[in-house]
Write a protein that binds this ligand. Structure first.
Ligand code: ADP
Length: 274
C-alpha cells in the first residue's frame, strides 16, 4: 500500500479537504483502489457533539458515524461510502489507549505518547490500508499546532517503517498577494515548510493556494527554499466551483508526480464521468 499524507500550513480553511478528496478521485480514476482517511486532532471523540456554527454541519456516515464535513467530500469525490474508522480523532486514540492500559495490555509499561499513542495511530491507519493500493491521509489543523504533533510524528515514523518509496507528503499552503506591492508572497510558505522539516518531514509536493494562478517567479522561489522540484509546486488558485479542483490539480500534474514518486504504474486517469 502507498500512503499520501496531506498537511496544511500558514492558515486553516485552505482547502486541505478538497485537495485530499481530489487526490483520492484522481488516484481512483487511474484504477488504483483508493480511500481517504481524515485525522481530526481535537479531543472530542467525534463531531457529533460539536457546535455546527464552529465546524459546519455534522456529516453522518452510513454506519451512523458522526464526522467532519470533509468525509462528505471524500464520499462524493470518490463515489464511495466510508465507515466511522475513516475518521481518526485524538479522542478516539486516547480512549482506546486508556482502555488497553486499564485491561493491563501494556504489561506494566509506562504508557507514553511515543510509542503508545503513535503506535495506536499507525495501527488505525494500517488497518484501513489493508484493502487498498493508495490511502490518502489528511491531517487536520495546521503544522505547528500542539494537538497535531503525535499525528505528524506517527506519519514520520510510517515513512521510516514503510519505506520512502511508499509514503509521500503533500503540504498545502497559502500564497497571499499584497495589493499595494502587487506580487505573490512566498515567505509564509517557506516558514511553514521549515516548521514541517523541523519535525523530520520533507514535503514531496507543495499545493500553493492563491487567488490567482501562481506566478512563475513565486513557483521558482518556493521550489528553491523548500527543496521541492518546480514541477511538484502545484498552483491551486480560487475557482468558482470546487468540483473543478480535481481537473485543475490534474492539469498541474499533482497526481502524475505522486504516481511516479511512489513507483505506481503510470496511467492516464479516466475522467469521463467527472
Ligand atoms: P480545510 O480542510 O483546509 O479546512 P476545506 O477543504 O474545507 O479546507 O476548504 C475550505 C473552503 O475552501 C471550502 O469551502 C472549499 O470549498 C473552499 N475551497 C477549497 N479549494 C478551493 C479552490 N481552489 N477554489 C475555491 N474554493 C476552494
Amino acid at each position: 500500500t502507498k500512503f499520501i499524507f496531506v498537511t496544511g500550513g500558514v492558515v486553516s480553511g485552505l482547502g486541505k479537504g478538497i485537495t485530499s478528496a481530489s487526490l483520492g478521485m484522481l488516484m481512483k480514476a487511474r484504477g488504483f483502489r483508493t480511500t481517504n482517511i481524515k485525522i481530526d486532532p481535537y479531543l472530542n471523540y467525534d463531531a457529533g457533539t460539536m457546535n455546527p456554527y464552529q465546524h459546519g454541519e455534522v456529516f453522518v456516515l452510513d454506519d451512523g458515524g458522526e464526522v467532519d464535513l470533509d468525509l462528505g467530500n471524500y464520499e462524493r469525490f470518490l463515489d464511495t461510502s466510508l465507515s466511522f474508522d475513516h475518521n481518526i480523532t485524538t479522542g478516539k486514540v486516547y480512549s482506546a489507549v486508556i482502555e488497553k492500559e486499564r485491561k493491563g495490555e501494556y504489561l506494566g509499561a509506562t504508557v507514553q505518547v511515543i510509542p503508545h499513542i503513535t503506535n495506536e495511530i499507525k495501527e488505525r491507519i494500517r488497518r484501513i490500508a489493508r484493502d487498498y493500493d493508495v490511502v490518502i491521509v489528511e491531517i487536520g489543523g495546521t503544522v505547528g499546532d500542539i494537538e497535531g504533533m503525535p499525528f505528524l510524528e506517527a506519519a514520520r515514523q510510517m515513512q521510516l517503517e514503510e519505506g520512502r518509496e511508499n509514503v509521500a507528503f503533500v503540504h498545502v499552503t497559502y500564497v497571499p498577494k499584497l495589493k499595494v506591492v502587487g506580487e505573490q508572497k512566498t515567505k509564509p510558505t517557506q516558514h511553514s515548510v521549515k516548521e514541517l522539516r523541523s519535525l523530520g518531514i520533507q514535503p514531496d509536493a507543495i499545493v500553493a493556494r492563491s487567488e490567482e494562478p501562481l506566478e512563475e517567479s513565486a513557483r521558482r522561489k518556493i521550489s528553491l527554499f523548500t527543496n521541492v522540484p518546480e514541477e511538484a509546486v502545484i498552483s491551486a488558485y480560487d475557482v468558482e466551483d470546487t468540483y473543478e479542483v480535481p481537473l485543475m490539480l490534474e492539469k498541474e500534474g499533482l497526481a502524475r508526480y505522486l504516481v511516479r514518486r511512489l513507483g505506481l504504474p503510470e496511467r492516464e486517469p479516466d475522467l469521463e464521468k467527472w
